[in-house]
Every structure is written in structure tokens, then in C-alpha cells.
Ligand binder design. Structure first.
Ligand code: FA5
Length: 388
């Protein structure tokens, strides 16, 4: 409130002016109008309106509930509110002041309008929270779901391809006996093939002074375990983890997965091996990829081969991300089960024949998706993992 006593000759007018309030000029005499407009000119400026807005905001911050917020609205923005009063008084201002005061008052009104909406929301949320209620109108938080590891996805895809061809899936121990990892696979002590798979041995020595257990170097020990446990015909695939004491590079890890395959029955030939593996490659890689068989040596098969897939070419760049100088990448070893292995488990090699294979799912994933380095699989970098 501001009290003014204005004197003009023998007239004296006492005005009580509430800052920014609306004044009805219709009942005032011309002299009074002049006097009042002079008074308004002295009290209204962009600066004073900004001070008023700050005061209004401070009061709004302190309102405790929705009813008080409504009272605040009436006092500041209602028909007789302070900001409305300033806006209404603009026509009575000196012309040069009207633009400045008009702009400032409009800005103040918008600012207070927005602040009021925000405060009403805050008060409503606080009330809901105090009641322990759930605001169903709030947007939901996205749920971060995990996914299967790419190796698991490939293992499942490969197993599904073989299951469709009549194979069943079995699993075996990762800590294996020398007996199954080597002996039963026609790799006796002192055999040079042991060097290739000389591995991570369990620190346990038996009464004969031997170290009989190791982390399995391949899934092939399951060939003997499966055949020991059942009569032919046999048709199984065995996914599982293997470990080797070896230097890592873009296509070699020291721990990786393999999927073993074994089919034994009367009359199985090398043509069955090739036909089955062609069908697997067609299902997993599609009809356009090329397959290569080469002679290879594994003590537990005769004849032995390895199978490679034509290297991945990035369709966007025409480049090969994996071992760019290589046309082929090996994905598995395979062959006809050696008669000594059949004999070892009690099968008659004159009656039964079979084929076996062991493939690396990480390499299959690399060739399918163009992954340039096998080490990405086990670095646990979610930027890599979430692409699959
Ligand atoms: C073997 O392990 C044989 N047991 C496969 C076999 C089974 C032959 C049955 C005949 C009959 P090899 O060491 O080549 O073979 O491994 C087979 C596949 O496992 C390779 O083609 C590759 O795909 C994968 N592999 C082997 N070593 C590694 C490694 N260090 N890192 C990643 N994958 C590997």
C-alpha cells in the first residue's frame, strides 16, 4: 500500500494506492484521472513488475496445498489480481510507458501461469506419494531385459538343425578323465596327438602317481561315454565347453564351446557324413555359402576331414572382417569313427560304422554375423552382446 497526498492549488486529494491494483476510472473527474495516471507512471515500470513477480513466485513456493494455490491464483492472476490490475491500467499510462509496462506485465503473467501449473502438479504428486498411491498416469520405466548370450543362441540353433534330422542332445562333464579325453579316443600316453591338446590338468595325483583329470580339450570324450551307455543305433549331438592351454588370437580362445556329433548304426557311410553336414550348413548359413572338405588327421577317425565355410564378406564394404586373406575358415573336424574306438566301447566294428564331428559355435557365429574377433564373445562388453 502506498499513501499519496497530492495538492493542486487549494485541492488536496488523498489516494491510497495498492500497487498494481485495478482502478475504475469511470467515476473519477478528469483532474483525478490525470493525477492517478501520474501516480501509476511513478509506480509501474518493468523493474517493479519483475520485483512483484519474484514476490509472487516466493509466495507460490510456500503454498502448502491446492486450496492455498487457488487463493494465490485469485490474488495474483484472478480478475482483481495484482498482475491483471497492472494489465488493465495500461491504457491510463503515458503512451511512452505502455509498451514497456505491457511487455513486462504479459511476461510476468505467463511466468506465473506456468509456475502455478508446475506447483499444482508438484502438490498433487506429493499428496499421492504421502498416501502411498501409485500414479498410473506416469509414463512407465522401460524394463531392461537380458538376452541369451550369442554363443548360447548359436548352440541352440545348431542343435535345433540336428534335432530336425533325428539327433538328440546330451551333455557331459567339463572336468574329464584322461581315460575318456585321450585313451578311449585312440590317443594312448606318448601319442604325438597329445601335444596338440596338452591342456589344463587338475592338481590331483592318484595312488599310482598319475594326474588323471583335466579340463576337457574337446567334446569328443562324450563319444565313448554315450556309446558305453547304450546300444546302437546312436544319433547324438553334445554341446559343451572346452579348455586348451593355447595362445589366443582372432580365431582362437583358450576356452570355447564345441558341439560334438555322433551317428553309429549298421551301414553308415562317408556319404551320410557329407549329406548330414551339408544339410546342417544349409540350415545355419543358407544355400549361398560354400563348403569345403579337406583331408585331416584325428586319431579317433579314419578317414578324417575338416570342414570350412567360405569366409564372410561384408555386403556394405565388400571386405572380409575375419582373417581377410583367407578364403575359408575352418569350423569343424570330422570323419568316420575309428574301428578301435568302436571296439573300445564294445561295439562290433564289422557290423557297425559311424561318423563323428566336432564344431566350434563361436567360429560359426563369426562366419554367420561377420564378427572379426572371437575374443569379443567373452569380454562381456554389452555393446557387443546387445547386438544379438
Ligand atoms: C577337435 O577338437 C576334434 N575333437 C574334432 C573332431 C570330432 C574330429 C569328431 C573328428 C571327429 P579341432 O581341434 O580341430 O578338433 O577343433 C574342432 C573345432 O573346434 C575347430 O574347427 C574350431 O571350430 C573349434 N576350435 C578349436 N580350437 C579352438 C579355439 N582355440 N578357439 C575357438 N574354437 C576352437
Amino acid at each position: 500500500m502506498t499513501n499519496w497526498r497530492l495538492r493542486a492549488g487549494r485541492w488536496s486529494i488523498r489516494l491510497t494506492l495498492r500497487q498494481g491494483a485495478a482502478y475504475n476510472f469511470t467515476s473519477l473527474t478528469l483532474l483525478q484521472r490525470i493525477i492517478v495516471s501520474q501516480v501509476l507512471a511513478q509506480t509501474q515500470s518493468a523493474e517493479s513488475i519483475s520485483e512483484l513477480a519474484s514476490q509472487a513466485l516466493a509466495e507460490l513456493d510456500a503454498v502448502p496445498d491446492a486450496d492455498s494455490a487457488e487463493q494465490w491464483r485469485v490474488a495474483w492472476l484472478g480478475r482483481r489480481g495484482q498482475i491483471t490490475g497492472i494489465l488493465r491500467s495500461i491504457p491510463q499510462l503515458e503512451p511512452e510507458l505502455r509498451r514497456e509496462v505491457g511487455t513486462a506485465a504479459n511476461q510476468a503473467r505467463n511466468l506465473l501461469d506456468e509456475a502455478l501449473s508446475r506447483r499444482i502438479r508438484e502438490l498433487a504428486e506429493a499428496e499421492l506419494a504421502a498416501r502411498g498411491a501409485l500414479d498410473v498416469t506416469l509414463p512407465g520405466r522401460p524394463v531392461v531385459t537380458g538376452r541369451l548370450h550369442p554363443t548360447t543362441q548359436i548352440v541352440r540353433e545348431v542343435c535345433a538343425a540336428f534335432m530336425a534330422m533325428g539327433f538328440s542332445v546330451v551333455e557331459g562333464p567339463e572336468v574329464e578323465l584322461d581315460h575318456y579325453n585321450f585313451e578311449m579316443l585312440n590317443i594312448p600316453a606318448g601319442h604325438p596327438a597329445r601335444d596338440m591338446w596338452n591342456s589344463l590338468w587338475v592338481d590331483y595325483v592318484n595312488e599310482d602317481g598319475q594326474q588323471p583329470m583335466l579340463l576337457r580339450t574337446h567334446t569328443s570324450p562324450m563319444q565313448a561315454r554315450v556309446m558305453e551307455s547304450q546300444e546302437p543305433p546312436v544319433r547324438v549331438v553334445v554341446p559343451g565347453k572346452c579348455y586348451r592351454y593355447e595362445a589366443t588370437d582372432a580365431t582362437h580362445e583358450w576356452h570355447f564351446y564345441q558341439i560334438e556329433g555322433l551317428a553309429v548304426a549298421e551301414g553308415i557311410t562317408f556319404a551320410d557324413l557329407k549329406g548330414t553336414l551339408y544339410e546342417f550348413a544349409r540350415r545355419v548359413f543358407g544355400a549361398d555359402r560354400q563348403i569345403r572338405f579337406r583331408c585331416d588327421y584325428f586319431p579317433f577317425v579314419e578317414p578324417g576331414v575338416d570342414m570350412s565355410i567360405s569366409n564372410f564378406v561384408d555386403p556394405a564394404t565388400g571386405r572380409r572382417p575375419i582373417n581377410r586373406d583367407e578364403d575359408w575358415i575352418e569350423i569343424m573336424g570330422a570323419g568316420m569313427v575309428h574301428p578301435r574306438v568302436l571296439e573300445g566301447v564294445g561295439y562290433d566294428p564289422q557290423r557297425y560304422t559311424g561318423f563323428a564331428f566336432g564344431m566350434g559355435p563361436e567360429r560359426i557365429g563369426m562366419l554367420k554375423y561377420g564378427i572379426d574377433d572371437i575374443r569379443h564373445f567373452y569380454r562381456n562388453d554389452v555393446r557387443f552382446l546387445r547386438q544379438f
